[in-house]
Ligand binder design. Structure first.
Ligand code: IYR
Length: 225
């Protein structure tokens, strides 16, 4: 492998993908077609998913760019029925409170077409829950080390996690119980880690229906200069 020193640090030659322009055209189109099939799924089958698949999906998410390459994330993958039921119980308690008292009428109205409520059976029925934690700082040999652009970095990693889940033929949902400190307690996470997102992962249940949502057009989401 070719390498050289830049600013005193070892750099290796970038061996990236290199397609002919027509191939790039095709690749971009077919990836859009693949990703356009992704939907948030709330009815997840209990059909088992091997741990090796979850491991590869997590490793894919961890290829995400991050501030100063600090990789400020921990992905907690839960298949234990006991821990899943603890998470469901705690999440439903918070969600009940949110739907009854914390969310505005306008917010509840905006969620009507999606059909969500405080019941979260997928937290127990899914073969896996992936709980993503952001590391607001790192603990290295007992002292604090800075992380940078933590929300941006972890958000990007979650996008890549969702993409990896979808392309493997599995489904997920970005569940956002709020507040979610209960996840730190149940999973016994250190104080430098804060829960960021909870994703149940598995195969879609048979006969799954999703809301007939439309994606915004290119005109609505972009400006070219
Ligand atoms: N966190 C709640 C409410 C919720 C909020 C949004 I924004 C959604 O798009 C869907 C649900 C829940 O997960 O049910």
């Amino acid at each position: 492998m070719q390498s050289k020193l830049i600013n005193g640090f070892q750099h290796i030659k970038y061996e990236g993908l290199d397609f002919a322009p027509t191939e790039t055209e095709k690749k971009a189109r077919s990836f859009l077609e693949l990703m356009d099939k992704r939907r948030s799924i709330r009815t997840i089958s209990s059909r088992p998913v091997p741990k090796s698949i979850i491991e590869n999906i997590i490793k894919t998410a961890s290829t995400a760019p991050s501030g100063a390459h600090k990789q400020p994330w921990t992905f907690c993958a839960v298949s234990s029925a006991d821990i899943k039921s603890k998470i469901r119980e705690a999440a439903e308690k918070e969600e009940f409170e949110s739907y009854q008292n914390r969310m505005s009428d306008r917010w509840l109205k905006d969620l009507e077409p999606i059909g969500t409520d405080w019941h979260k059976p997928f937290l127990e029925s899914s073969p896996w829950l992936i709980i993503v934690f952001k590391k607001v700082y790192d603990e290295i040999d007992g002292s604090k080390a800075n992380n940078y652009y933590v929300n941006e970095s972890v958000g990007i990693a979650c996008g890549m996690l969702i993409t990896a889940i979808h392309q493997a033929g599995l489904v997920t949902l970005t569940h956002t119980p709020s507040p979610m400190n209960f996840l730190s307690e149940i999973l016994n996470r250190p104080v430098n880690e804060r829960p960021y997102l909870l994703l149940p992962v598995g195969y879609a249940a048979e006969d799954t229906y999703v809301p007939d949502l439309k994606r915004k057009s290119l005109n609505e989401i972009s400006e070219f200069y």
